[in-house]
Every structure is written in C-alpha cells, then in structure tokens.
Design a protein around this ligand. Structure first.
Ligand SMILES: Nc1ncnc2c1ncn2[C@@H]1O[C@H](COP(=O)(O)OP(=O)(O)O)[C@@H](O)[C@H]1O
Ligand SMILES: [Mg+2]
Length: 351
C-alpha cells in the first residue's frame, strides 16, 4: 500500500520520471546450489566420512584440500564451517582469501596474521558446536608465491591454538613441503560423468529448465569435468535460450566446434592431396573458431581413430604441442594450423 502511494507521488512530481522496475539480484547458480552440508557433496565419500568426525568432536586439524577444479573443495570447507559455527555466524569466524585477493607476503604478514591473532569465545551460538578457533581459508593457493607460503608457515605454528588453516589447491606440488607436512591432506577425485549429470539435472529441474540428456552430456564434455564450469554454462545457456537448451545451444555458448567439422579435418589428413588439406584448413579458419580449442578437439578425434597407428598418433601429439607453443608465442594462426595438418598428413602417408 505504502509503495503504491510512493509511486503515485513520484508520478505526480514529474511526468518524465520513469518508474524503476524492482530487479531481484540473480544469484549465480554455483552459489545457489553449493552444498550446504558436507553430506550433500557428490562423490567425495572418503573426504566426507573423515570430516564427519570433525563435526562430532570439533577437533579440526589444518587441512590441505587438493584436486581438479570444480570437484567440491571450496564447497567442502564452507559447508564444514557452516555446520560447525551455524549458518548465520560462520562468516565471523572465517577469513577467506582466494586468487582474486592480494596474497603476497605483506598480506600474509598483516591481514592473515591479524585475523589469526584474535582470540574467540567458545560456544556463543547455541545449537552449534562453535569451537573456540577461527578458520583461515587460502583458496587457490597454487598461485601464492613461495615467499608468501614461507611466511605462512610460521604463522600456522604460532597461532595453532586460535586458528586453523585450510589450504586449497589444484596441484599439491605447488605448495611448499613445510606447509604440506603441517596439514592433513584430502584428495578430491574427478566426478564421473553420470554423477555430474545427476547434479546438473537437479539444478536444471529446480530452475525449471527444459533439456534433453544430450544437452547435459555435452555440458559435461565442454566443461572438461569441472562442475563449476558446467553449472555456470547451464545458467548462461538457459538465460540466452529462454530456459530450453539442447546440444547445439551448448556448443554455441561454449565455443565447442561441431564434431562434423573436426571429423572432416581428420579425414582430409588421411588423403594424399595437400590441396584438399589446404582447402579444408581455409574453410575452418574462415569459421573463426578458437584455434586452441580446435587443436584439442582434433587430437581427441585423432586418438579415437583406429585407422591411425599408435606411433603416428604419438608423432602428431608432438607436433601439436609444438604448434601450441608457436601460437602462444604469437605465430600466425592460419599458417600454424595449415602446418600442423600438412605434417599430420605427411606422418600418415610416410608409413
Ligand atoms: N562434489 C560436488 N558435489 C556437489 N556439487 C559440486 C561438487 N563439486 C562441485 N560442485 C558444484 O560446483 C560448484 C563449484 O564447486 P567448488 O566447491 O567451488 O569447486 P572447487 O573448489 O573444487 O573448484 C559448486 O557450487 C557446486 O554447485
Ligand atoms: Mg575452489
């Protein structure tokens, strides 16, 4: 009622004034469908089982979570924090720093240390264990410098009674050994296709998106098994295609090159005509595809082609790797793609 009066007032004060639509902020689906409890996590049973113990006792060691992107590492520690401290209170007890934050040595010495020093009260939130420590999450720690990691090592030791650390990374080899040895390590497994599809179905159904199985399968393929990528892509494609998606829509939005196009390239290198190779390359280049994506998909199809011998495949991989290096160094795309295809043709015709 009050709103209406206000709107009427606005209309009366200026004939030109346009009523602002009330826009509800749209939460990214990756956040909306982030598991709230560790037991909601798909396919990481060993991790979940082991962390259930923490929820019973409140004894949390320093953690190191590692594994491929989009497998639930960040979700795990956030869910654990929510379950330990309560859904409203956990933010006060958690400092989360990821790759978009500056985490150079100065930040580690100042911000992290300052937060680590604070002493917190036990059990201020009834109904939750709320143990008397805070958690510092260093997400995507692969990108932290060795100096910053070294500075952290001392802080971890000095403040262990008030603060627990959770280091998250894709590659454990990027973390310095003294940090690794101070943590309990959990490896996150790649999530198999069927589990990913189940998760995508759940999100799509909850958002009333119409889809077919092919579309979901393609989402898994183009996102390389990264659930964050596939959920994000599901959201953008369903926004763009008005809540109805199919394989073609997914290809369009992801820049994935149609299978037929790649298959044409693979058949042309199996002929003896360099002219045909050149014509096919020109056709592909005119389509404006992303060349690196093209090479990756080309190699996938080559690997799956039985008529090409193993030894030939190995040689082709080597040349493709060199091509990628040249492209990174700024070499002309059309020349590189033509060179790669011509050499692949030569390899096939040699033996
Ligand atoms: N194991 C999983 N179970 C359920 N959802 C997952 C899982 N892994 C990833 N997701 C989905 O992908 C998104 C990103 O996951 P996240 O935990 O940030 O991945 P990571 O930190 O391993 O890169 C989450 O919001 C969730 O929707
Ligand atoms: Mg993460």
């Amino acid at each position: 009622m009050q709103n209406r009066t206000l709107n009427q007032f606005n209309k009366n004060t200026s004939a030109m004034q346009v009523e602002e639509p009330v826009v509800k902020p749209m939460l990214p689906w990756v956040e909306k469908y982030r598991p709230n409890k560790i037991e909601d996590l798909a396919y990481q049973e060993e991790v979940v089982q082991s962390l259930q113990g923490v929820l019973k006792t409140g004894n949390l060691p320093h953690l190191l979570l590692h594994g491929p992107p989009g497998t639930g590492k960040t979700s795990t520690i956030i869910a654990l924090a929510k379950q330990l401290f309560g859904p409203d209170f956990w933010r006060q007890r958690v400092l989360e720093l990821n790759a978009s934050d500056d985490r150079g040595i100065n930040v580690v010495r100042n911000k992290v240390k300052k937060f680590a020093e604070q002493i917190v009260a036990k059990n201020p939130n009834p109904g939750f264990l709320c143990p008397s420590y805070k958690i510092i999450i260093l997400d995507e720690a692969d990108s932290m410098t060795n100096d910053a990691q070294s500075a952290l090592r001392r802080i971890i030791e000095d403040y262990a009674t008030t603060t627990r650390f959770c280091i998250i990374c894709n590659y454990i080899t990027k973390i310095i050994e003294p940090l690794v040895s101070r943590c309990v390590k959990y490896r996150f497994k790649s999530i198999p296709e069927n589990e990913q599809i189940e998760r995508l179905k759940f999100v799509a159904d909850s958002e009333s998106v119409t889809y077919n199985l092919d579309a979901l399968k393609q989402l898994v393929v183009v996102s390389g098994g990264d659930l964050r990528k596939s959920v994000n892509m599901l959201q953008s494609s369903s926004t763009l295609y008005e809540k109805s998606i199919n394989k073609k829509a997914i290809n369009e939005i992801s820049g994935f090159i149609p299978d037929e196009q790649i298959e044409d390239l693979v058949s042309v290198i199996q002929t003896k005509s360099i002219r045909s190779v050149q014509e096919e390359c020109t056709r592909v280049i005119q389509q404006g595809y992303n060349i690196e994506q093209l090479i990756l998909q080309f190699l996938d199809v080559v690997l799956a082609t039985d008529t090409i011998k193993e030894k030939q495949k190995a040689k082709m991989m080597e040349i493709a790797a060199y091509t990628e290096k040249c492209l990174i160094e700024g070499s002309a795309e059309d020349l590189q793609i033509f060179n790669l295809m011509a050499q692949c043709q030569r390899i096939i015709n040699e033996n």
